[in-house]
Design a protein around this ligand. Structure first.
Ligand code: NAG
Ligand code: NAG
Ligand code: NAG
Length: 262
């Protein structure tokens, strides 16, 4: 009863809404940044992006290397008609030189403060996740998780492997330098293991903090709970169908008897 009363009070409802707004916005505060961020995807192309929010101007972006003259973005990324970023092709990406962006714009309410940011593009690389994942079991009951990468160049790579069994809640995480293999010495044949891997440019080549996305996953072992559950569901379905069938027969028999007694 008390709960119903609270919900009917409009001011309280408004307060709850306000609370949600605060919770939501504080959670989003980081990603809703109006800042410009440049990411070099797999050393193939680059995107410098920002978020357009209501009331903000339609920004213009200029870019240059070191002491070269500034150029306006030649390939804007747009959303709802507003510029929200700039696309750069591979030939426009130069590592180990200072890359700068300058963004300005004006709205009805006056000029926005322009923003300048400098990057070292080798530090902004985000790789594609590793591919061709394999799992092999050796004679010594050792599981070998291995992976490949699509690019020809394997220099400067480091990896992070994570795995867990169907009995674990948390991932076991291991960092691996350069080799594309992970050995799991002892495995329990009653468990189902899931493996994933991601990659990053290592600290000898750059100072990036950007990991690739996690790869797809590969699995090894038996999923006993899965099998048991499937069997249980099949049994349940079978029982229901059988019961329904019996019920229909009984109903038909009863109605049939009534017909004949009439
Ligand atoms: C923003 O500027 C771009 C050109 O840089 C233009 O194509 C687009 O229409 C503009 N959008 C608005 C809402 O003015
Ligand atoms: C942005 O800066 C450029 C280069 O300084 C200038 O030509 C342009 O008028 C500025 N735009 C706005 C909207 O302030
Ligand atoms: C794992 O087995 C696959 C075949 O299933 C084979 O092609 C691959 O070379 C093996 N990898 C390792 C690391 O032994």
């Amino acid at each position: 009863m008390a709960w119903k009363c609270i919900l009917r009070t409009p001011t309280l409802l408004k307060q709850i809404n306000l609370l949600w707004l605060i919770v939501f916005n504080s959670g989003e505060a980081h990603t809703q940044s109006n800042d410009v961020d440049c990411i070099v995807y797999n050393e193939e192309f680059m995107e410098c992006t920002w978020i357009h929010s209501e009331g903000k101007p339609n920004y213009t972006l200029y870019h240059w290397y070191s002491s070269q003259p500034a150029k306006e973005c030649g390939n804007y990324i747009q959303q709802n008609g507003y510029n929200v970023g700039c696309n750069f092709s591979k030939s426009e990406i130069i590592q180990f030189r200072e890359f700068s962006v300058y963004r300005n714009g004006s709205s009805d309410s006056g000029n926005e403060l322009p923003l300048t940011r400098n990057f070292q593009l080798q530090d902004q690389v985000k790789l594609n996740p590793p591919e061709n994942l394999t799992l092999n079991m050796t004679d010594r009951n050792e599981l070998i998780f291995s992976w490949g990468v699509a690019e020809k160049s394997l220099k400067c790579r480091m990896y992070e492997v994570r795995y867990r069994s169907d009995k674990d809640k948390n991932w076991q995480v291991h960092t691996i330098n350069s080799q594309r293999k992970y050995y799991l010495a002892s495995t329990d044949p009653k468990k189902l293991y899931t493996f994933e891997v991601r990659s990053k440019i290592n600290e000898y080549c750059a100072t990036t903090v950007l990991w690739s996305e996690w790869s797809s996953s590969v699995q090894w072992g038996e999923n006993y709970t899965g099998i048991a559950q499937r069997n249980f569901h099949a049994l349940l379905l079978f029982s229901i169908v059988t019961l329904l069938g019996l019920l229909i027969i009984v109903v038909f028999q009863l109605t049939g008897k009534r017909e004949t007694t009439k």
